[in-house]
Unconditional design. Structure first.
Lengths: 490, 461
C-alpha cells in the first residue's frame, strides 16, 4: 500500500473546501473527514445535518437534500444546508452498486436574518426538515414553490437555492481528483482518523489539572453548570444540573459546537476537525436544559449570541485547567441584532461588531470578530438608496476597550436617522454585561442601544419592539474588549 | 513597417513584444541585469522597429509598491461622521496574516467636511467653503500636496465634490475626486459604492508619486516624448481601459496582470509564475474565488495560496508550510541575496530548476547554495541531514507545497502555465500525476505582453 500522507490529504481537502463558505465531508457511516466552518454553530451541526439527512432519506449518488431545521442539524432558520451524497471515484467500477453513496457533503449558506420576538421556532421563519431537493435526476420544484409561498420565506429563496445547488454539484466534481490523488481507501481513511485521534490525545496531555467545575447565573436567575474533566485520551464537558433558561436555547449540536470551538482555540492552528478528534470529546447535556433545548424553543438568539457566550465560558474553564495557557481578555458576545420594518414592507436588518479582548501578546482589535461573519455592513450609499434611513455617523467608539498592558479593542458607534414611520425590533443576550479583562486588565465598556427622540434619550436594552417616527435617531454603541495585564502607571 | 509594441513590466522581469503585419519579436529580461529603458531601446534597435503605431504598457508595480508601503498617503477630506468608515471596514474584513493594511490612509491626514447629500441627490446640509479655510491652512502647514475628496452620494449629485475640488485646486493642491471624471473611469461598479470609489481614489493618490519616480526616465526619454505627443503610448489598466500616456491613473493598474491572465486563459485555466508573484485563473471555481479584496472590486484571477517569496515554516504535522509573510520580490529569496529566510524560489534554485531560466543569474553560486542548504536544514533538521540529502529534501518540500494546488489544477480542463518561471515549475511537476492536466506555454503566444497588442486585446478593447 502506498504511504498515505495525512498532512497532504488534510491540505488537499481543506483547499478544496476553501471555495465554500461552510461545509463538511463525512462518510455514509458518519465518519467526519473534514470541516470548514464560518460560524461557531457550523462546527457541530454541519456533520449532524449530513448524517440525519442520510438516515432519514438514504441518499443515493448525486441526491441533494435541503434543510434548515435547527432540530435536524441546521443552524438558525435563516441559514440553509444542502447535503449531497456522492460516490468516491475510487470505488466506481469496484463492485459497488451504481446508486450507492459513500460520502456526504454538507454545504451551508445564509439569507438575511430577521428579528422575531417569539416563544416558538415556528414564528421565527419557515422551517424545512430534511427534504429531497434533487433525487434520481429530478429537481423538486414543488419544494421550492411550496416554501416560496410561505409568508416568512426569505426573498429570492428559490433562485438562491438553485444557484447553491449548482455550486454544491460543482464542488463534488472538484473533490473527485482529491480523492483519486490520495487513494482514499477505507484502510487509509481509518489510518487518517486514528492518527488524528492519537494526535488529539497527545495534545490533551498539556492540561495540568484534570477537572474543574464552573457555574454561571443568567440574568433570569437560571443556572448553568459545567464540569470539565480530562481523563486518559478524552475530555468531558458535563452540563448536568443546568436549567432551562428563557434567555437562550441551544441544541445539542450547538452546544457541541461551542465546546469544540473553545477547545480549538487552545489547540495548534492546524488541528484538523474530524471524527478522530471527536472520538475524544464527550458532551453531556440534560434534556430540555438551555444547552439541550427541544422543539419548539426559538433558537435565533442562542445560535448567534448564546453560542458565542457559551464558547467564551468554556474557554475560561479550559484556561483554568491549564494555567500555562494564557487567558485572553473577554470579547463581547452581543451582536445587537435589530431590524426596522417600514410601512412599505421592506425590512432593514443590521448588527454591529464589538472590540476583541486583548491577549497576552497583543492589543484587541477594534470592531472585529473571529467567529461570526454575516457579511453585512454593505455600502452606506446602497443602504440609503434601498431604505428610508440616513446614517449620521459611523465611528470607532473611543476608549471603549478596557485599559491594560495591552488594551482591549474598541467597539463601534453607529447613529441612524429614521425617515419614515417604522417598527424597530431587537434582541440581544445579556447586553449590559461588560467584557472582563484578564490578569489585571480592565473591563471593556458595555453595549449601549438607545433612541434619541427630540430631547429624550430612551434606553433600549431589553429585548423588545418600538414604534419609530420620522426624525427619530437610533444609536448603537458596541462593547469594547477587555484589557490584558495591569495598565502601566504612565 | 508599422509596429505595435506591448510591454509588461514586473518587479524582476520585463517582457516586450513587437508585432507588425509581417513579423513578431519577443524578449524577456531580468531588470537586475539590464535597466528597463536600455532593454527597450536595444530591442527596438535590434529588430528595426522604427515606425511605431502604438506602444502599450502594463505593469504589476502598483501591487509591489502597495505591499511594500512604497507610496505616500494623501490627505482625505470626507463627509463628516465617516472619517473612520474605511478603517472600520478594513478592520472588519482584514486578513490579519497580511502585512499590508490600508497603507494609503493616514488617519492623521483625514479631515471631516461638514456637508450631506441624500441618496436622491438632494442637498441636506450645504457645503460652506468658509469652513474649509482652517482645513486648507492645516494641510499647507503639514506640507500636503495631494488631496482625496470623498463625499457621500457624489454620483447622485456632484455639486459639493466639484465645488470643493475646484477650491482645493485653486489653493494649489493636486486633487483626486470622483467628480473629476465620469464615475465609470474609477470602476464600472463603483456607483453607489462609496467604499470602492474612495479606495480607488486613495490608492491612486498613494501610488502616483512612486510611479512618477519609477517612470521619470520614460518621461524624459525623447522616444517616449515623441510617441506621447502623437498619442501613441497607452497604459492598460485593470478595468481594461487604455489610458493615454502620460495622463494615467496608475492606481488602477494594481490588478492588471491577473486581468490579462484571465483574458489569455479564455475558457481554460491559467497560472502565471513570475519571480515575484504567482497568479491563477480557474473559471470553473465560481464567483467565490474572485474576491481578492472586499473593499474593492477585483478581477476573477487570484493570487495562488503558494507564492514564490513566502517564508517557509513548520506546521503542526512537522512539515513545511508557507506562511503568508513577505510575498513579493523584497526582501525576497535567499538565492537572490535579498533575505535570510527560505522561500519556495530557493527550493527551486537548490534543485537546479532555475538553471535555465532566462535572466536568472546567481553570483557567488557556491556561497549562496550553502546558505540555502543551511536554511533548509534549519527548517527540516531531521530530514535534510539524516534521511535525505538537501536536494531530495527540497524536492519533497516543494512538491508538498504545490500539493495545495492539486484541486485547482485537476479541473478536467487544461491549465496553461505562463511566465518566466513556468518552464521550471513544469519541470517540477512533470513526473507527478498532476502533469497530465497542465499545458506549458513556452511559445510567445502566451506571454502577457502579447495580450497588450491591439490584435489580441479581445475583451480589453
Amino acid at each position: 500500500m502506498k504511504d498515505f500522507d495525512f498532512s497532504k490529504f488534510k491540505m488537499g481537502i481543506h483547499n478544496t473546501l476553501i471555495c465554500n463558505s461552510a461545509c463538511s465531508i463525512s462518510t455514509d457511516e458518519n465518519q467526519l473527514l473534514a470541516l470548514r466552518n464560518k460560524t461557531i454553530v457550523d462546527i457541530g451541526t454541519l456533520p449532524q445535518a449530513a448524517w440525519l439527512s442520510h438516515q432519514y432519506l438514504n441518499l443515493g449518488d448525486g441526491d441533494l437534500v435541503l434543510l434548515n431545521d435547527p432540530y435536524s442539524g441546521n443552524s438558525h432558520l435563516h441559514s440553509m444546508t444542502i447535503v449531497v451524497g456522492f460516490k468516491s471515484p475510487l470505488k466506481v467500477g469496484r463492485g459497488q452498486k451504481s446508486n450507492s453513496t459513500n460520502y456526504l457533503l454538507s454545504h451551508r449558506f445564509w439569507f438575511k436574518p430577521r428579528v422575531f420576538l417569539t416563544e416558538s421556532i415556528e414564528e421565527e421563519g419557515v422551517r424545512i426538515p430534511p427534504t429531497p431537493l434533487y433525487h434520481q435526476g429530478q429537481f423538486n420544484q414543488q419544494l421550492l414553490d411550496g416554501v416560496a409561498a410561505h409568508p416568512l420565506c426569505p426573498p429570492g429563496f428559490a433562485e438562491r437555492v438553485q444557484s447553491e445547488a449548482k455550486k454544491v454539484q460543482s464542488n463534488v466534481q472538484s473533490l473527485g481528483p482529491v480523492f483519486e490523488h490520495f487513494d482514499l481507501s477505507d484502510a487509509n481513511l481509518r489510518a487518517y482518523l486514528r492518527s488524528s485521534k492519537k494526535r488529539f490525545q497527545s495534545l490533551l496531555e498539556q492540561f495540568q489539572s484534570r477537572e474543574i467545575q464552573l457555574e454561571h447565573q443568567f440574568t433570569d436567575d437560571t443556572m448553568l453548570k459545567l464540569r470539565i474533566a480530562v481523563t486518559s485520551g478524552c475530555i468531558t464537558f458535563d452540563f448536568s444540573g443546568t436549567e432551562s433558561s428563557n434567555s437562550i436555547a441551544l441544541t445539542d449540536g450547538a452546544t457541541l459546537s461551542a465546546c469544540l470551538h473553545s477547545l480549538l482555540q487552545i489547540l495548534p492552528e492546524e488541528t484538523p476537525i474530524n471524527s478522530g478528534l471527536l472520538q475524544g470529546i464527550n458532551v453531556i447535556t440534560p434534556t430540555n436544559s438551555t444547552v439541550s433545548a427541544k422543539y419548539p424553543k426559538p433558537v435565533f438568539l442562542g445560535f448567534t449570541e448564546g453560542v458565542q457566550w457559551l464558547s467564551h465560558f468554556v474557554h475560561h474553564g479550559l484556561s483554568q485547567l491549564n494555567p500555562e495557557q494564557p487567558l485572553s481578555a473577554e470579547s463581547s458576545t452581543t451582536q445587537g441584532s435589530f431590524e426596522i420594518q417600514f410601512q412599505s414592507g421592506s425590512v432593514f436588518f443590521e448588527n454591529i461588531l464589538s472590540g476583541l479582548g486583548a491577549t497576552q501578546e497583543s492589543p484587541g482589535i477594534s470592531g472585529h470578530t473571529w467567529e461570526n461573519r454575516l457579511d453585512l455592513n454593505p455600502c452606506i450609499e446602497k443602504v440609503e438608496k434601498m431604505y428610508p434611513i440616513r446614517y449620521q455617523s459611523i465611528s470607532i467608539r473611543e476608549r471603549s476597550g478596557g485599559q491594560g498592558l495591552f488594551g482591549g479593542g474598541d467597539g463601534i458607534a453607529k447613529y441612524i436617522e429614521i425617515l419614515q414611520p417604522s417598527i424597530l425590533k431587537w434582541r440581544s443576550f445579556e447586553p449590559s454585561v461588560r467584557p472582563q479583562g484578564a490578569d489585571g486588565g480592565q473591563a471593556g465598556a458595555a453595549f449601549e442601544f438607545y433612541l434619541v427622540r427630540g430631547e429624550q434619550k430612551i434606553p433600549l436594552l431589553e429585548n423588545s419592539e418600538f414604534k419609530l417616527g420620522v426624525g427619530d435617531k437610533i444609536a448603537l454603541l458596541s462593547s469594547g474588549g477587555g484589557g490584558y495585564g495591569k495598565p502601566s502607571s504612565s | 513597417m508599422l509596429w505595435s509594441i506591448g510591454l509588461n513590466i514586473g518587479e524582476a522581469f520585463t517582457e516586450i513584444v513587437a508585432h507588425s503585419s509581417e513579423q513578431e519579436h519577443f524578449q524577456r529580461w531580468n531588470l537586475l541585469s539590464k535597466p528597463l529603458l536600455t532593454g527597450i531601446h536595444e530591442f527596438l534597435k535590434k529588430h528595426g522597429c522604427l515606425e511605431i503605431e502604438s506602444f502599450r504598457i502594463s505593469t504589476s508595480l502598483g501591487l509591489h509598491f502597495k505591499e511594500k508601503n512604497l507610496g505616500t498617503p494623501a490627505a482625505f477630506l470626507v463627509t463628516r461622521g465617516f472619517e473612520e468608515w474605511l478603517t472600520i471596514e478594513a478592520l472588519r474584513t482584514a486578513d490579519w496574516s497580511s502585512d499590508t493594511f490600508l497603507p494609503y490612509i493616514d488617519q492623521d491626514l483625514v479631515f471631516p467636511i461638514q456637508e450631506r447629500i441624500a441618496a436622491s441627490g438632494e442637498i441636506i446640509l450645504p457645503l460652506n467653503l468658509k469652513e474649509i479655510g482652517p482645513v486648507v491652512d492645516r494641510l499647507k502647514l503639514l506640507g500636503v500636496q495631494r488631496v482625496v475628496v470623498g463625499l457621500l452620494h457624489s454620483p447622485a449629485n456632484f455639486e459639493h465634490e466639484k465645488i470643493l475640488s475646484d477650491f482645493l485646486k485653486q489653493e494649489g493642491f493636486e486633487v483626486f475626486a470622483g467628480s473629476n471624471s465620469k464615475t465609470s473611469d474609477l470602476h464600472p461598479r463603483s456607483e453607489d459604492d462609496e467604499k470602492a470609489r474612495w479606495v480607488s481614489l486613495l490608492e491612486e493618490a498613494y501610488l502616483k508619486p512612486a510611479f512618477i519616480e519609477y517612470f521619470e526616465s520614460f518621461f524624459q526619454d525623447p522616444l517616449f516624448q515623441r510617441l506621447a505627443s502623437e498619442d501613441k503610448v497607452f497604459f492598460i489598466d485593470e478595468n481594461g481601459f487604455s489610458q493615454k500616456w502620460p495622463e494615467i491613473k496608475f492606481g488602477q493598474s494594481v490588478w492588471t496582470e491577473p486581468r490579462l491572465l484571465q483574458q489569455l486563459a479564455g475558457d481554460n485555466g491559467a497560472c502565471y509564475f513570475g519571480l515575484e508573484r504567482w497568479y491563477g485563473y480557474f473559471p470553473v471555481m465560481g464567483e467565490s474565488w474572485s474576491e481578492c479584496r472586499r473593499l474593492q472590486h477585483t478581477p476573477a484571477s487570484i493570487l495562488l495560496p503558494i507564492q514564490p517569496s513566502q517564508v517557509l515554516k513548520e506546521n503542526v504535522w512537522g512539515l513545511p508550510m508557507s506562511s503568508t509573510q513577505a510575498s513579493g520580490y523584497l526582501p525576497g529569496p535567499i538565492c537572490l541575496g535579498r533575505g535570510n529566510q527560505l522561500m519556495p524560489v530557493d527550493l527551486m534554485y537548490l534543485r537546479g530548476y532555475l538553471d535555465n531560466v532566462s535572466g536568472f543569474e546567481i553570483k557567488n553560486h557556491k556561497k549562496v547554495m550553502s546558505k540555502v542548504v543551511e536554511a533548509l536544514q534549519l527548517l527540516m533538521p531531521g530530514k535534510s541531514q539524516q534521511r535525505h540529502d538537501s536536494q531530495t529534501a527540497s524536492e519533497e518540500v516543494l512538491l508538498s507545497l504545490l500539493q495545495n494546488l492539486t484541486p485547482m489544477w485537476k479541473l478536467n480542463r487544461p491549465i496553461h502555465f505562463l511566465g518566466p518561471l513556468a518552464p521550471a515549475m513544469y519541470q517540477v511537476l512533470k513526473n507527478t500525476s498532476i502533469s497530465t492536466h497542465l499545458q506549458l506555454d513556452t511559445d510567445s503566444s502566451f506571454w502577457l505582453g502579447k495580450s497588450l497588442i491591439p490584435e489580441y486585446l479581445g475583451d480589453l478593447k
